[in-house]
Design a protein around this ligand. Sequence first.
Ligand SMILES: Cc1cc2nc3c(=O)[nH]c(=O)nc-3n(C[C@H](O)[C@H](O)[C@H](O)COP(=O)(O)O)c2cc1C
Length: 193
Amino acid sequence: MILDLLRKRFSVRRFRDQPVPDDVLHEILDAGRLSPSGGNEQPWLFGVVTDPALIAQIAEAARGQMWIAKAPLLIVLCVTIVTDERGGRDIQVHRYPEYADIITQMDKGLYSALNQEEHQTKIAGAHMALAALERGVGSCWVSRFEVRRVAELLHLPEGTIPAEILVLGYPEEVRKPAGKKSLDEVVFDNTFE
Ligand SMILES: Cc1cc2nc3c(=O)[nH]c(=O)nc-3n(C[C@H](O)[C@H](O)[C@H](O)COP(=O)(O)O)c2cc1C
């Protein structure tokens, strides 16, 4: 049961010196591939990084989070920026009509960078983390990194941005999961008040 696994899940930052086998990696990637996305655009590329030297460089670009360097596998969730004339701005204009003028006039590069969240790589990453969990592979999200530097390290094409890094491997230790809010604290029925 997925819920049983989720109740035991914790972010893994210490890994055994053991590679993730190809068949498990394939399952993890396929779980990402099958994810939903707005308009079924699937605007993503999944960078599989296993070269220890490259992993170490990415760790440095992640504000020196050197625990990443000991992981056997990174999946870099990259977003391909919408290339139509309006760069997908209509979505945000609909969501935030009160900021329509600012959104419409914002510099294209800045807008693309800030809007990367809209492309939902988090769903693909969450599916991957679940598929990994089912096969005993732990993971930790990393979003604190220098986007341009990681893009350079991976030789990403123009218009593709690394949005998140999923750090994966077999956990070295079993930890108590982090405390979570109770359902009472986070659920409301129909209206908040
Ligand atoms: C979007 C996102 C970004 C994160 N970025 C980092 C990060 O850069 N470095 C890190 O060590 N952990 C990162 N984390 C992991 C969180 O710190 C962790 O999920 C949180 O403390 C809850 O712990 P748990 O995952 O064990 O439940 C990130 C998590 C999410 C969801």
